[in-house]
Design a binder for this molecule. Sequence first.
Ligand code: GDP
Length: 297
Amino acid sequence: SIEEVEDKPEDLVERAPIVTVMGHVDHGKTSLLDYIRKENVIAGESGGITQHIGAYGVQLDNGQKIAFLDTPGHEAFTAMRARGAQVTDIAIIVAAADDDIMPQTKEAISHAQAAGVPIVFAINKIDKPDANPEKVKEGLAQMNLLVEDWGGKIQSHDISAKFGTGVKELLEKVLLEAELLELKANPNKAAQGTVVEAFLDKGRGYVSTILVQAGTLRVGDYVLAGKHSGKVKAMQDERGKDIEAAGPSTPVSILGLDGAPQAGDKFNVFEDEREAKQIATKRTQLQREQSVRTQRH
Ligand code: GDP
């Protein structure tokens, strides 16, 4: 069943932080996510990640890992939260150094604060001649957000997402923040997590990108995600490489669900295939009844 069993402290092991990038339009969210995706080279593998699956994991030189939700903008963040999914440990908020603190910067800040998620500011576009990172930090200070070089506790780093300047240091600050959070999960149980995105691929069927948050997901596991279920036929990492198992804080694409669940839907692994199917059917029925009811009113 889906009931939560509390983990014993001795079963918990450290897990990588899950990071969302937010900020005002055109301030450089996509550029930052693209730079990290393309430049990061996992030990022993050459080249960056070429495919876009809605989430990806990177490993720094020191072996530490970070999982990124590759869905820039707080629409995805709020959509997931609206479905009860808490999938972000740390928010990177990108603010362009050649612009003011904009409405969506403020929105991103309040979303992160409402979710209780620590913020690391990326003051972007410092390569531009008219860039003025101090003005951005002053703007933040006026909102009672004091970054470190203004005597506060909030981390920030000046970057150029276009040229990659400061990105490595930004990620180190993210990891510092993660350390304070002492993120842990139990890898030795049935997997659970959240759907990031899903689509129908001609030839492969339904492909769902999911983020494993606890436990370990394995090929052959029976999964229920939102209103859909199925046996995991194959699993791939962000490089399109087939993998057999995925532990906490790992984004993976899975094949085998009988439909496309929605972003923010939770997924669970069931020992009993029938039980998963029954719940999926019940959820579909419930939704049908609800929509009939709304139509009547
Ligand atoms: P988003 O809307 O926040 O995802 O912003 P984008 O990443 O799409 O960037 C908006 C524009 O700013 C694009 O034309 C980028 O090439 C440009 N841009 C992003 N980062 C930088 C940067 O560090 N320096 C410069 N000069 N331009 C940047």
